[in-house]
Design a protein around this ligand. Structure first.
Ligand SMILES: [Zn+2]
Length: 418
């Protein structure tokens, strides 16, 4: 008995999409391959490879990159992902900054800009600023690469919980925002292309997995410290999302039931102990208590005069207040990370965000806490490193998420794209 034709058609489309993705991912991983080697790597026969390559060339995702110059056998035509396949604009909306880049399909940065956001700035003003920056990123990218032509997709990282189905920012405690439909804003500037609104830490982890320090690791635990603390887990190249997409909110683990009030409504969350805000708070309180410090002039009226770099420099110069504040943050950071290592058994703990300038001071505390508090089988399997892209990891992650979508579903892109 024959199958109904609708099943057969669906299967064929699915197989074709999987095979197109195999070709794209092989070229992403190996950079440059001949059709014959592509057939070997993917297990597809040569005529199928030639047909799929033709389709991907029509979509401009891959191109021929010249003949091999090897001395043995006939020269082969090499294929590569086409860096000029299009533009990928990506933004991050932080609590105290807005950052944007535009990359080509090869991940090369064509344009970038970072602007300040005042913590009391109105939502409308901030959204206008994001929109202008996204527009500038697309125009700047197009000017730098006239042959790129189209926008492939756009991404925005935000410090909060995002509804993945609608692209709505549900809750951002440190912005004090709720229910903002950011997906619509991206479409207004980027047009009718796939757009992604995503938690900042998830994006930063993905950015490091594709373009930075987490390349080649299987189970990555990412700790992103800015004004607050975000976390992410990347398992086999995919963000671990949980049932409703809100997993890895490590910053809101209760570490001290009677601790500081957190912007999420709880008390004693981990981020009240180890965030940039907590670091500044330590400095302010020590100085208010009369302890001598070179940082005194920077905290007279407004904590925003402080920077992490300023505190690190003061600590290096022997300032006891700065040293104690960094040591306290480092100890609390180590305690939390040791517990997370026991829970997730990662092969890499990656540390990112605006506390990166303090890494040299914080790292010994994390290493000591892992040795003292984590189970040794877990600690022995874990490397701890800082993120390669530092404060730019989230924007790089936005570029990664567009790239990842096209690598895995190039055929659906043609249906959705321009
Ligand atoms: Zn909290």
């Amino acid at each position: 008995m024959s199958q109904p034709s609708t099943f057969r058609t669906a299967d064929q489309a699915l197989v074709r999409e999987i095979n197109l993705s195999l070709i794209m991912r092989a070229l992403f991983e190996h950079t440059s391959l001949s059709r014959a080697v592509l057939a070997e790597i993917t297990g597809l026969n040569k005529s199928t490879v030639s047909s799929l390559v033709g389709e991907l060339q029509d979509m401009r995702f891959i191109h021929e990159a010249g003949l091999t110059t090897g001395s043995v056998g006939r020269p082969s035509m090499m294929l590569e992902l086409n860096p000029q396949a299009g533009l990928i604009p990506s933004c991050e909306l932080g609590v105290d900054f807005i950052s944007a880049k535009c990359a080509n399909f090869g991940g090369a940065i064509l344009w970038e800009q970072r602007e300040t956001r005042h913590s009391d700035q109105a939502q409308d003003t901030t959204l206008t600023q994001v929109r202008h920056l996204l527009r500038a990123a697309i125009e700047g990218g197009a000017a730098a690469c006239p042959d790129c032509g189209r926008v492939l997709g756009a991404a925005l990282g935000v410090p909060g919980l995002v509804d993945q189905d609608t692209g709505t920012l549900l809750f951002a405690p440190n912005l004090r925002w709720e229910n903002v439909p950011l997906c619509d804003l991206l479409h207004e500037e980027a047009g009718d292309v796939p757009v992604y609104v995503e938690n900042e830490a998830n994006l930063a982890a993905l950015g490091e997995y594709y373009f930075g320090a987490a390349q080649g690791y299987d189970e990555v635990l990412f700790i992103n410290i800015g004004v607050g603390l975000g976390g992410a887990v990347i398992r086999a190249g995919q963000i671990v999302r949980g049932k409703t997409g809100f997993a890895s909110e490590f910053g809101h683990m209760t570490m001290d039931p009677d601790g500081e009030q957190c912007n999420c409504g709880n008390r004693g969350c981990w981020e009240t102990q180890v965030s940039q805000r907590a670091l500044f708070q330590h400095i302010r309180r020590a100085i208010a208590a009369g302890q001598p410090s070179a940082l005194r002039d920077h905290v007279t009226d407004d904590a925003n005069h402080l920077t992490v770099t300023m505190i690190v420099d003061a600590a290096h110069a022997g300032d006891a207040v700065a040293q104690t504040a960094l040591d306290t943050i480092g100890q609390h950071l180590g305690i939390g990370i040791a517990s997370l290592v026991n829970i997730f058994n990662p092969d890499l703990v990656l540390f990112g965000g605006s506390l990166i300038p303090a890494w040299d001071t914080l790292q010994p505390h994390i290493t000591a806490a892992l040795a003292q508090r984590a189970l040794r089988w877990h600690a022995n399997a874990t490397r701890v490193m800082r993120a390669q892209h530092g404060p730019e990891a989230t924007v790089m992650g936005g570029i990664s998420v567009v790239l990842q979508h096209i690598l895995h579903r190039p055929a659906s892109y043609r249906a959705a794209g321009p």
